[in-house]
Write a protein that binds this ligand. Structure first.
Ligand SMILES: [Zn+2]
Length: 513
């Protein structure tokens, strides 16, 4: 494998590392406690028990299907059409049919990787759920940094390692496992479902608006359930009620049409790479906070009540450092748990997500003619993505040193999202999570983005959107050595079985033609 074991491999399997006080709690696979399992009137508890038994019996089969899907390198950053992304869509369709979904089809939009859609309408009088996950994955990064090959799912301890295993192929299997459990145990679901699996989430869902216009009518629903977020900690089921949006631009600075001998030219002529470094440095203050006014405008601080909620969440700086793989002595920008969660969920954040000029390996003593970078700003509810993008572009234009030539490409401008949790669907979700994990669930924010949520909930008439997930702090989603924590995967499958029953009992189906 890799010549030098990366920090991940040196670590013992995650369950032994005590990231924070809560980790000492009983593992998630503990049996559901009595109080946590109380369900809504109208839930057929016997049918739920049978479906859970069917789920337990198919555990090995579900993991095989998950690993099969994770072997397909469905990297959506590659240009359309891409054989692997299409193969992943087709493999998802096969698994949907096997689970018991009908009229399964690939949905195409010009220039987009394929979506997959399957249905199971038991009875129009029942409530209908729109389930969501995505089958595309992030690029694997540096293969040398992986302990085992990214597209050969490998079990180590209570985790399976592989690209896309948790983000988001496990999100697909959670629902297929729950659907198959109900179908095998009861021959039907307690709700109707439409299951849409996207193929371009990891590149910002660029064709979502078009997809919505063309295909929305195929998936009317009373509630959306998205499985593409995370838990605050292993074994602590978390419902995500706010997401950040993402504004992205690509910049290039050019000085010359060829490299210059740094000895002969150095001094009188500007260095484009130094220019890029200075321009990028102007984006933040020395304390790391954003220095571009327009990029923080509209961000609302958490209320006192929200802040108290953040302060009550489990937090350990030691665990955060360990999960981040932070170097010794690294200075975090925020001290307390409440500050950290507020910074991740209520404040915008700016990052340089790519930077290139000239690789160190093989470099010579020259003034490099140009440099390129990508800048991403995670924005929060209350902020206008287009306004933030305009402010960022204006700032960059105003901070070009030494007359270098600036080129800017405006990319994604996706809004943030948040929801209030008054609808009975949220209480139903909490009951289902508590029953599946055997412990009470909490509400959290997430610093990441899922472009699908806002537009779809709106298009479906403002129906409740339930964001549940599998990612844990050590899952390395988007990085090398991505992994899935198995006890939480199984708990999530159980929760999904409960969720269909709970929502079936509390949702009132909207009148449909
Ligand atoms: Zn994802």
């Amino acid at each position: 494998m890799n010549p030098r074991p990366s920090s991940a491999s040196k670590r013992a399997p995650s369950s032994s590392r005590a990231p924070s006080s809560r980790a000492q709690r009983s593992p998630a696979s503990a049996k559901p406690s009595r109080a946590a399992a109380a369900s809504a009137p109208g839930v057929d508890r016997e049918a739920v028990a049978k479906a859970l038994a069917a789920l337990a019996a198919m555990e090995g089969e579900v993991l095989d299907d998950l690993c099969g899907l994770a072997r397909i390198p469905s990297v959506s950053a590659r240009p359309v059409p891409d054989a692997a992304v299409r193969a992943s869509a087709e493999a998802t369709a096969v698994l949907m049919r096997k689970a018991g979904l009908h009229d399964v089809e690939l949905l195409e939009v010009e220039g987009a990787h394929p979506y997959v859609l399957g249905h199971r309408v038991e009875d129009p009088a029942l409530p209908t759920l729109l389930l969501y996950a995505h089958h595309d994955v992030q690029p694997e990064g540096d293969p040398a940094r992986w302990t085992s090959p990214p597209y050969e799912p490998t079990r180590r301890g209570d985790r399976i390692y592989g690209r896309g295993i948790v983000d988001d192929k496990a999100g697909i299997l959670v629902h297929l496992a729950a659907i198959a459990s109900w179908v095998r145990a009861a021959g039907r679901l307690p709700v109707n479902v439409h299951f849409v699996v996207e193929g371009e989430e990891e590149i910002g869902s660029e064709h979502l608006a078009e997809f919505l216009t063309r295909y929305r009518a195929k998936m009317p629903a009373d509630c959306i359930v998205l499985t593409d977020t995370g838990n605050l900690e292993r074994g602590l089921p978390s419902l995500t009620t706010r997401l950040r949006g993402l504004v992205k631009v690509e910049v290039a600075l050019r000085g010359y049409d060829h490299a210059l001998h740094s000895g002969f030219w150095g001094g009188p002529v500007p260095d484009p790479v130094m220019g890029m470094a200075r321009m990028l440095a102007s984006l933040t203050h020395p304390d790391g906070s954003i220095a571009v006014k327009g990029c923080v405008a509209g961000a609302r601080k958490p209320t006192a009540r929200e802040r108290a909620g953040l302060a009550s969440l489990p937090y350990s700086a030691k665990a955060l450092r360990a999960d981040a793989g932070a170097v010794k002595g690294l200075k975090l920008h925020d001290a307390t748990g409440a500050d950290v969660y507020a910074a991740q969920w209520y404040e915008p954040a700016l990052a340089i997500t790519a930077l290139e000029a000239s690789p160190v390996a093989g470099s010579s003593n020259q003034i490099v003619p140009s440099a390129r970078a990508r800048i991403g700003v995670r924005i929060v509810p209350g902020q206008d993505p287009k306004a933030v993008q305009r402010a960022l572009v204006a700032h960059l234009k105003a901070n070009v040193p030494w007359g270098l030539e600036l080129t800017i490409k405006s990319m994604t401008a996706g809004p943030a999202w948040s929801t209030d949790t008054g609808d009975p669907a949220f209480a139903a979700a909490h009951r289902a999570l508590a029953a599946g994990y055997g412990t009470r669930s909490i509400e959290i924010g997430a610093g990441g983005s899922i472009p699908f949520v806002g537009p779809f909930a709106k298009a479906l008439g403002g129906v409740p959107a339930l964001l549940v997930g599998l990612e844990d702090p050590a899952c390395n989603a988007h990085a090398e050595n991505e992994s899935l924590y198995l006890p939480d995967f199984h708990a999530s499958c159980r929760s999904a079985v409960h969720l269909y029953a709970e929502l079936g009992a509390v949702l009132r189906p909207a009148a449909r033609g």
